[in-house]
Design a protein around this ligand. Structure first.
Ligand SMILES: [Fe+2]
Ligand SMILES: [Fe+2]
Length: 155
């Protein structure tokens, strides 16, 4: 005998997807903090006027940033979109911003290759404040979706 009603979960609520996204949000959020730490070592090397240290700290930051945004673009954002198709506009905006920031990071890398520490540092300063603002909006979106803390658990 076939029953419909209260026993059947609403497929649109996707509690499994919400749970996975809560886990994924914690990973994303901890990567945001790791990026802050990696960037702090770039700043410290710039303050010491050490070009080789600033350059290698920058490359570590850049690699971690590439891995982080790769995860967001290929997994986290598509999963968020699966949960909330109405969020397509902000999610596409985040992805477009990644592409813009990636171009600037390449310019910074070239400045390091030309051994122009001051140029690289100036470009990084404004890039980093844009990246920080971007990450804040990502965290805000996750908070609005209830992916943080206890609210991230399925009902
Ligand atoms: Fe991002
Ligand atoms: Fe991010």
């Amino acid at each position: 005998m076939h029953h419909h009603g209260a026993m059947c979960p609403d497929p649109l609520e996707q509690p499994g997807l919400r749970l996975r996204l809560g886990t994924e949000h914690r990973r994303i959020s901890s990567q945001h903090r790791q990026l802050d730490t990696l960037y702090a070592s770039v700043t410290a090397a710039v303050e010491r006027q050490s070009l080789p240290e600033a350059r290698s700290a920058f490359l570590r930051f850049r690699d971690a940033w590439d891995a982080h945004t790769g995860l967001e673009d290929t997994f986290y954002f598509p999963a968020l979109h699966g949960l909330r198709p109405d969020l397509v506009t902000p999610l596409v905006t985040f992805c477009d911003e990644h592409a813009r920031f990636r171009d600037v990071l390449t310019e910074v890398e070239h400045a390091f290759e030309r051994e122009e520490l001051a140029v690289a540092a100036t470009m990084l300063e404004s890039l980093i404040s844009n990246i920080a603002e971007h990450e804040r909006r990502e965290e805000e979106l996750a908070r609005d979706l209830g992916l943080e803390g206890k609210k991230g658990l399925p009902p």
